[in-house]
Ligand binder design. Structure first.
Ligand code: ADE
Length: 417
């Protein structure tokens, strides 16, 4: 079996963590049970480019139960949990090519190995597989019938391909499902980002000033959790609407240049490049902590910072100190996703819904790809609703049903004052 992992001896630890996560993923478990009976993915090769975590392992097992021949590679050089890749290979017979800390060349050699798997379905987190296919379609499009995409940044890349009329096969934007972005992006990123900052620094958040750059679903989550830990939160935005929302949520809003002078901890979650730049690093207080929770490591201008401070020093696991004159700025996880680089990523309870969307979207494209166009598709509403229903049921939460009168009232226009 094809694989490239750090150390097979890590498998027992990985297996225990995969099982632990599995206990908190009831929706995915119920899908795996049905998949094992119905085999909706039988005969299909599926290449997945995802963060290699214990939650992802449970998704891989679900897809395998459904009959897919899966191959897993990392969607970020620093997010792989080596014990998980070891266990997937050794205990579950799932090929994985991913090593935490792999360099760019190795990262891409794994992406191309995923394409050499000749997938029918691609499953991306950030669209690196899709991008590689679109650069050499003659070589790699081959058997592909459809794909899925996990994250906001990936969906933006796909919509750009679609808008230019260049998208070569149908892809489901899993990120855009309500049971994905309302929960994973907000509560998942919120908690796991603070988790990464705390594990890396052990800073006291209470009483500190946390600057959150970007107030999308992820930024809203980070700001809420930072405030929950007692921080004063400053939000920076480019969108007047989101800035207004941040103000009404009780946060201060100001430009990055102004926030740079007062922040203790900085988190970028914009999905854009060059958000914190050299002039901002220069303005920071001594001891400022800077990290990124957006998909790519482009939000902090670290190349610029290295010109200013060419010899950073590792001062703790995942923390580098940059000296700017007499001041120190600390960067976590090399500016890569702090929640996966310095912590374990989102908790299983929330990944349950994201990966239920992945599993059911794979089944949906397997059934319907013949009638799909070269477009970005939303997750069908009934799938979204079903995931919410099973999740609530698993929590023992019940909801009311509309009465006949209420159903009638909602359809009528006559009733009024
Ligand atoms: N993205 C964020 N958290 C994750 C996790 N725990 N597993 C896979 N992908 C993730």
């Amino acid at each position: 079996m094809k694989h490239h992992i750090k150390d097979a001896a890590l498998a027992p630890k990985g297996k225990a963590r995969i099982e632990w996560a599995g206990t908190q993923m009831p929706v995915l478990r119920s899908i795996a049970k049905r998949f094992a009976k119905e085999k909706p993915l039988k005969g299909l090769r599926l290449s997945a480019c995802l963060h290699v975590t214990c939650e992802t392992a449970n998704l891989m097992l679900t897809l395998k139960a459904g009959g897919a021949q899966t191959l897993l590679v990392a969607s970020n050089p620093l997010s792989t949990q080596d014990d998980i890749s070891a266990s997937l290979v050794k205990d579950y017979g799932i090929p994985v090519m991913a090593i935490r800390g792999e360099d760019r060349k190795t990262y891409y050699s794994h992406i191309y190995a995923a394409l050499d798997h000749r997938p029918h379905i691609t499953m991306d987190d950030g669209a690196d597989i899709v991008s590689a296919i679109h650069k050499e379609p003659k070589k790699y499009l081959r058997d592909i019938v459809a794909g899925t995409e996990e994250t906001t940044t990936g969906v933006i890349r796909l919509r750009s391909l679609e808008a230019q009329g260049k998208l070569l096969y149908p892809i489901v934007a899993v990120n855009d499902a309500d049971t994905k972005h309302f929960f994973d992006n907000r509560y998942g990123t919120g908690q796991s980002t603070m988790d990464g900052i705390l594990r890396a620094t052990n800073y006291l958040v209470a009483g500190s000033t946390v600057v959150v750059c970007g107030y999308g679903w992820c930024g809203r989550g980070v700001a809420a959790r930072a405030r929950g830990l007692g921080a004063k939160v400053i939000v920076t935005e480019v969108s007047p609407l989101r800035a207004l929302e941040a103000v009404m949520d009780g946060h201060q809003v100001m430009p990055v240049a102004q926030a740079a002078r007062v922040g203790d901890i900085f988190v970028t979650v914009t999905g854009n490049i060059g958000v914190i730049r050299v002039e901002h690093f220069r303005a920071m207080k001594d001891g400022a902590v800077v990290c990124n929770s957006g998909h790519f490591d482009v939000e902090l201008d670290l190349a610029g910072l290295r010109k200013l401070s060419p010899k950073p020093r590792i001062v703790r696991e995942n923390v580098e100190e940059y000296r700017i004159g007499s001041k120190r700025v600390f960067v976590i996880a090399e500016g890569r996703l702090v929640n996966l680089g310095a912590a374990e990523g989102h908790p299983a309870m929330v990944m349950d819904m994201s990966f239920a969307n992945q599993a059911l979207s794979s089944e949906w494209v397997a059934r319907h790809h013949d009638s799909l166009e070269r477009k970005v598709y939303r997750v069908p509403e009934d799938i979204d609703a079903e995931i919410a229903r099973i999740k609530l049921e698993s929590m023992g939460v019940r909801v009311d049903r509309l009465t006949a009168d209420q159903r009638h009232y909602l359809k009528a226009w006559e009733a009024g004052t």
